[in-house]
Structures are given as structure tokens and as C-alpha cells.
Write a protein that binds this ligand. Structure first.
Ligand SMILES: [Zn+2]
Ligand SMILES: [Zn+2]
Length: 181
């Protein structure tokens, strides 16, 4: 049998893909032991797989960003509402320092709350409360969470805002990194 690609040359083997007869130089051409057209198809398939993986990574990254954005939006809205409540409470004293202090403390509460929510699994707590039929355990859990949120919020609010800004900046780079893979 002559080589499929070179009519003048004798075939020394066959393509592992399609079984075409190939000469020595054609057999040695690709490490895969495939003929020109099968090797092309194999490469195309490989490229498609990489492309699919990249798209999947991008889709996941976009989804994560969207979720983070939604959560951030909710926290910001709550923070503004609580901040306004704080202003009203502080305004009672007629002291500008108190107004700012209460505004900050209240605005920080939702940030602390979402931090505590992520850090403590209250599902277990609620389950325990139901199991032991103890409303007080449940109330204690909620109060503890609230106090923690209040204390932690003071510190967490500025950190969370800076982190969020950095994260969104990062998200833009992630897309570039995926493309460069
Ligand atoms: Zn082939
Ligand atoms: Zn050949």
C-alpha cells in the first residue's frame, strides 16, 4: 500500500485514527501517530475543550461577582437606612458629635450582622432551640448575634468596604487571567 499523502512512497503503517496507510515521514510527523487530518481534528477538539473550560470559569467568576454585588447592595441599603435611624436617635441630644457617633454605630450594624451571619451558623442554634423547646435559647442566640454584630460592625464596616472595592477590582483581573490561561 502506498502512503495516502505521498503516492510515490511505500506505506509503513496506518493512522491510529482512521487507518489510512502512511509512509515513514508521515508516521513520524506527529507524536500522536495520527495522519494530518486526524491530528487536525484532535487539536481542534483539544482547543474546543480549553475554550469550554475557560468559558465555564468565566461564567462561574461572573456568577460569584453577581452574588457578591447583590449582597453588597443589600448591606449598603440597610446601612444607609440604619445610618439615618442613627442620625435621628443622635439628633435627640442636639450634639453633632453624638449624631455622627450614632450614625456610624447604626450604619455599621448591617456590616457586622452579615459578618456574624457568615461566621456563625445559626441554623444549628435554631435547631437546638427547637429540640430543647427553649424559646430562651433562641432569644439568647438572636441577642448574642445582635450584640456581636454591633460590636464587630464598628470595625468590620470600613474593612468590608475596602475589601469589596478590592474584590471588584480583582474580578476584572480574573477575567484577564482566564483569557491568558
Ligand atoms: Zn487519520
Ligand atoms: Zn506520506
Amino acid at each position: 500500500m502506498k502512503c495516502y499523502y505521498h503516492e510515490s512512497k511505500e506505506g509503513v503503517g496506518t493512522c491510529k485514527g482512521c487507518g489510512k496507510s502512511l509512509c515513514k515521514s508521515c508516521i513520524d510527523k506527529y507524536e500522536s501517530g495520527l495522519c494530518e487530518s486526524c491530528e487536525g481534528k484532535r487539536l481542534k477538539k483539544e482547543e474546543d475543550e480549553v475554550l469550554n473550560q475557560k468559558n465555564e470559569l468565566k461564567r462561574q467568576a461572573n456568577y460569584n461577582v453577581e452574588v457578591a454585588k447583590k449582597q453588597l447592595k443589600k448591606t449598603i441599603i440597610k446601612s444607609v437606612i440604619f445610618g439615618v435611624i442613627g442620625i435621628f436617635i443622635g439628633a435627640d441630644s442636639g450634639n453633632i458629635g453624638n449624631i455622627i457617633l450614632f450614625m456610624y454605630l447604626f450604619a455599621a450594624l448591617p456590616w457586622g450582622w452579615s459578618f456574624v451571619k457568615n461566621a456563625i451558623d445559626t441554623g444549628e442554634w435554631a435547631f437546638m432551640a427547637v429540640l430543647t423547646n427553649s424559646i430562651w435559647l433562641f432569644v439568647f442566640g438572636v441577642v448574642l448575634k445582635f450584640v456581636l454584630a454591633f460590636l464587630i460592625g464598628i470595625f468590620v464596616m470600613p474593612i468590608s468596604i475596602i475589601k469589596a472595592i478590592l474584590n471588584f477590582k480583582n474580578a476584572k483581573n480574573v477575567e484577564k487571567d482566564i483569557n491568558d490561561l
